[in-house]
Design a protein around this ligand. Structure first.
Ligand code: SAM
Length: 267
């Protein structure tokens, strides 16, 4: 049995774009045909305008389908680039759990980072949590558990939990990690979300949180690092990963990952 980590570009999105392109192209052709049969100028113009609009929509859906197909291949664990794997493995390299300790992966999706971190820390345990079932329909707790079995990894467990209000006591974990989760959570202050994750980290524990940490999404993270230091954190740094570390600048731009960075440190 092979682990199936699925894809950050859902197949449903590509199929939806393809269906949209096909139906809009059909509408454009029908409207153009109808326009050609009309003799009244005004009527003709209305159908011609409708044909133009549908054709533009079809082109936009076609472009989305093309980009989605390419991006899906770039991210895929079976694709030509395997970018998701490189990023997950890159983050997992920063997840260090003391023997007998427990680490948390927030927004674990299909379990890729939880499992990669568990493999690197065989004498510790990893817990993966996710709210599942809202976006990324193919990710689930059952999928995570299947993937752990497929990888022969036993020091993991998975449970449902919302990053906005994690179902854990303060200072429950020796390490916390996460990959590309907080930018998905709309309407919430991203720095507050980071603090909620850090709340469940023990004093002296390490954190490795990777996301698209652009100022537009996360605000001034320089100030945030200062805030952590004032709160008594031993170390807090922001390591850009869109500069060749995990991906090239060009890849980041074309995959909408510019601003990717790893928030790393010790509480
Ligand atoms: C791009 S996927 C990344 C999955 C995984 N971290 C990985 O590296 O493959 C984003 C994940 O964040 C999860 N997510 C989004 N909002 C969440 C929330 N409020 N609480 C927990 N998980 C959330 C989604 O369900 C999805 O699994």
């Amino acid at each position: 049995m092979k682990a199936e980590y699925k894809n950050w570009v859902p197949e449903g999105m590509i199929k939806g774009a393809a269906a949209g392109a096909a139906s809009l192209a059909f509408c454009a052709a029908s409207a153009a045909l109808t326009a050609s049969t009309r003799t009244f100028k005004k009527e003709k113009a209305v159908f011609q305008a409708a044909a133009g609009l549908c054709a533009a929509g079809a082109a936009a859906c076609g472009a989305l389908m093309g980009w989605g197909t390419w991006a899906h291949d770039q991210f895929s664990y079976d694709g030509s680039r395997m970018l998701s794997r490189d990023i997950v493995e890159g983050v997992a390299d920063y997840v260090l759990i003391p023997d007998g300790g427990v680490g948390l992966d927030v927004g674990c999706g299909s379990g890729a980072l939880t499992i990669a971190a568990a493999k690197r820390n065989p004498n510790a345990r990893m817990v993966g949590c996710d709210r599942w079932g809202i976006e990324y329909a193919s990710f689930s707790r059952e999928l995570c558990e299947r993937n752990a079995r497929a990888e022969g990894v036993e020091n993991v467990s998975f449970l449902k939990g919302d990053a906005v209000e994690l179902p854990f006591e303060d200072e429950s974990f020796d390490t916390v990690t996460s990959n590309y989760v907080y930018h998905n959570i709309s309407g919430k202050n991203k720095q507050e979300l980071l603090l909620e994750t850090l709340r469940v980290l023990k004093k002296g524990g390490t954190f490795a949180i990777h996301d698209i940490m652009s100022p537009a999404r996360f605000g001034d993270l320089g100030d945030f690092l200062d805030r952590l230091r004032i709160m008594g954190y031993e170390q807090a740094v922001l390591i850009p990963t869109d500069n060749g570390k995990f991906m090239s600048k060009g890849e980041a731009r074309s995959l909408f990952l510019s601003g990717s960075a790893l928030l790393y440190g010790k509480k």
